[in-house]
Design a protein around this ligand. Structure first.
Ligand code: AMP
Ligand code: MG
Length: 508
C-alpha cells in the first residue's frame, strides 16, 4: 500500500486535507495524525474491522485496548455509560488535553476497540488538526500511538513513517509534538479514581479538582508480580534496540559512575551510549552522548525522550546508560517510560563508585599556575585503568589566571598544552572522600592539614609514589629551570600512574 504524506499546519488548517483524511477513516482506513502527546494511528472507533487493521499495522497484541478520541464533550455520552459526576469538572479543567478517562462502555463500542473489555478509554485531544479530523471522520477515532508495538512512541511524522510506511493509508505531518509522552490515564470506574498511566496531568493536579485519586501500584519501582491495570502497561514498551540501563544515585554520583562505565567500555573497545542533560553534558568524554533536555525544565526531557531513544537505534551502541530524573510532577511519567524502556534494568551509582578508592586526583601548588597544572596535564595523558577527574588547585589564588608562559612553552615542546588552564583556589570542596590530594611540597601539605584538619588522602606527590627526588621551584628562573622541573614531574607522574593502576588491581 502506498502511504500518502500530507503536511498540515495546526494554525492554518487545510480543510481539503482534513476531509480527505476523514473520508479514509469513514471507509475503514488508517490515518496517522499529530496530537499534543504523541502521533496517533487513527481508525474508525465504532467499526470492529478498523480496530483489527490497527492491531495488524502496529503488530500490537489485540488484548491491548485502544483509546477513543472525541472532539466534542457531548459525544462522550454516546460511547460511555454510568459517567460519574466528577467527570464534568475534569473535562472542564483538562479537556481538550493530555488526559484519558476510562468509563463503562456503551453498546455502540465494539469489543475490538476495547480489547474485549467492558470499559472504554476516552480522550479529547487539544491539537486542532486532530479535532478537525475526528469530526470529519464522524466523531469517534480510535488512536493508539502510531509506532510499531514495542518501539518508542512517535513524536514526529518521520518516526511514524519509519515504522508504518506502506502499512497505513495516510500520515498527516503536523511537525514535532508538544508534550512527547502519552496521556495520563485515569480510571473513573473505581472510587477514588485511579491513575493507570502517569503523564503530563499529575496526581496533584487531579487532587486540586476532584480530591483524592489513587495510583496503580505497579507503575513505578520494580517489575511487580501483579499485572498492571491498563493492559498496555504490561508489555515491554518504548524500547530502543540496545540494552538501556538506568544509573541511580545522587546526580554527582551518577555522573562519576557513568564516566567510569564509559571509560571502561572505551578501554575494552565497546561502543556505548549516554543519555545526559544540558547540565551534565560537559562531563562526558567517551561514548555516544545525547542531550535529552535541561533539568531546569522537565518538559524538555519529556519532549525529547522518545526521539533520543530512536536516535540510538542508528548508532549501533551495545548499551545505553541513562541518568535518572526526579520522580515528581511530570518526572513520574518520564521515569515510568524510561524504566519500561529499560525493562527495569538499573545499576546503583554508589555500587559503581565502591569499586574505586579514588575518583579524583587534585594536584596542589602555591598559585596553580605552573607545577600543579603541569602535573595534572601529564597525568591526563596516561591511559589509566580507571577514569579520574584530574585537576589542579593553588593555595593562594587571588584571581583566575592562565598558566605561566614558560610552563606552557615547555609543555608545548612535549606535545602537551595548558592553554585551557585557569588557576583556581583550593577549598573545602576539593576534600571529598574520593579525592586524592597531591601537593608539590611538604609546606603545602601541612598547610592543608592545619587549615582543614584533614589527614586522609592528602600527600605530597613524592610521599605518595615513594620517591624523594625534589621538585624544583622554577618561578623567576629561565626556561631551562622549567624544563628541569618538567623532567622531575614527568618521572614522578609516571610512578603515580603505575601506583594508581596497582591500586585498581588490588581492589579487583
Ligand atoms: P496507546 O494508545 O498506545 O497510548 O495505548 C493505550 C493505553 O490505554 C494502553 O496502555 C491501554 O492498555 C490503555 N487502555 C485503553 N483502554 C483501556 C481500558 N478500557 N482500561 C484500561 N486501560 C485501557
Ligand atoms: Mg503506545
Amino acid at each position: 500500500m502506498e502511504t500518502k504524506i500530507r503536511k498540515i499546519d495546526k494554525n492554518e488548517i487545510d480543510e481539503d486535507i482534513i476531509q480527505e483524511a476523514g473520508k479514509i477513516l469513514k471507509e475503514g482506513g488508517l490515518v496517522a495524525f499529530p496530537t499534543e502527546t504523541v502521533y496517533g494511528l487513527g481508525a474508525h472507533a465504532l467499526k470492529e474491522e478498523a480496530a483489527l487493521k490497527t492491531y495488524a499495522a502496529k503488530g500490537r497484541p489485540s488484548d491491548n485496548p485502544l483509546i477513543v478520541h472525541i472532539a466534542d464533550y457531548e459525544d462522550l455520552q454516546k460511547i460511555a455509560v454510568n459517567i460519574p459526576p466528577e467527570t464534568d469538572a475534569l473535562a472542564a479543567h483538562f479537556w481538550p488535553g493530555p488526559l484519558t478517562l476510562i468509563f463503562e462502555k456503551s453498546a455502540v463500542v465494539p469489543y475490538g476497540t476495547t480489547g474485549g473489555l467492558d470499559t472504554v478509554a476516552v480522550r479529547m485531544p487539544e491539537n486542532a488538526a486532530a479535532r478537525g479530523l475526528i469530526r470529519a471522520a464522524g466523531g469517534f477515532v480510535s488512536a493508539p500511538s502510531a509506532n510499531t508495538s514495542g518501539r518508542p512512541s512517535p513524536t514526529t511524522a518521520e518516526h511514524v513513517a519509519e515504522d508504518l510506511d506502506g502499512k497505513i493509508d495516510m500520515i498527516l505531518d503536523g511537525g514535532p509534538v508538544e508534550i512527547g509522552l502519552e496521556s495520563t490515564i485515569l480510571d473513573m470506574t473505581v472510587q477514588p479514581p485511579m491513575i493507570l498511566r502517569p503523564g503530563a496531568i499529575t496526581g496533584e493536579m487531579f487532587e486540586k479538582v476532584i480530591g483524592e485519586v489513587s495510583m496503580d501500584e505497579t507503575l513505578l519501582g520494580d517489575e511487580s508480580e501483579k499485572a498492571p491495570k491498563a493492559p498496555g502497561m504490561k508489555y515491554r514498551h518504548y524500547a530502543p534496540k540496545a540494552k538501556l540501563i538506568i544509573v541511580e544515585g545522587d546526580l554527582r554520583e551518577e555522573i562519576l559512575a557513568v564516566r567510569q562505565l564509559a571509560y571502561a567500555a572505551k578501554r575494552e573497545g565497546r561502543k556505548i551510549g549516554i543519555i545526559a542533560t544540558d547540565e551534565t553534558l560537559p562531563f562526558y568524554k567517551y561514548g555516544v552522548v545525547k542531550n535529552i533536555g535541561t533539568r531546569e525544565n522537565e518538559k524538555t526531557i519529556a519532549r525529547n525522550l522518545y526521539k533520543v531513544l530512536r536516535e540510538f537505534d542508528d548508532e549501533d551502541v551495545e548499551v545505553i546508560y541513562s541518568e535518572s530524573f526526579a520522580v515528581q510532577g511530570m518526572g513520574k511519567a518520564i521515569m515510568n517510560r524510561l524504566e519500561k524502556a529499560a525493562g527495569h534494568l538499573r545499576i546503583s551509582a554508589a555500587a559503581v563508585a565502591k569499586q574505586q578508592k579514588y575518583r579524583r586526583v587534585t594536584f596542589v601548588s602555591g598559585s596553580d599556575s605552573a607545577r600543579a597544572p603541569m602535573a595534572a596535564e601529564i597525568l591526563r595523558h596516561y591511559e589509566l585503568k580507571q577514569e579520574y577527574v584530574i585537576d589542579s588547585r593553588g593555595l593562594v589564588v587571588l584571581f583566575p589566571e592562565p598558566a605561566n608562559q614558560k610552563a606552557e612553552a615547555i609543555m608545548k615542546s612535549a606535545q602537551m598544552t595548558l592553554q585551557d588552564h585557569v588557576s583556581r583556589q583550593f577549598d573545602e570542596e576539593n576534600l571529598q572522600d574520593d579525592a586524592l590530594i597531591l601537593t608539590i611540597d611538604e609546606n603545602q601539605k601541612n598547610k592543608i592539614l592545619s587549615e582543614y584538619g584533614q589527614t586522609e588522602n592528602v600527600y605530597t606527590l613524592n610521599e605518595f609514589v615513594g620517591d624523594d627526588t625534589q621538585i624544583p621551584e622554577p618561578y623567576g628562573k629561565p626556561l631551562t629551570a622549567y624544563g628541569e622541573c618538567f623532567e622531575v614531574l614527568s618521572a614522578l607522574v609516571r610512578m603515580l600512574a603505575e601506583k594508581l593502576d596497582s591500586l585498581v588491581e588490588e581492589e579487583q
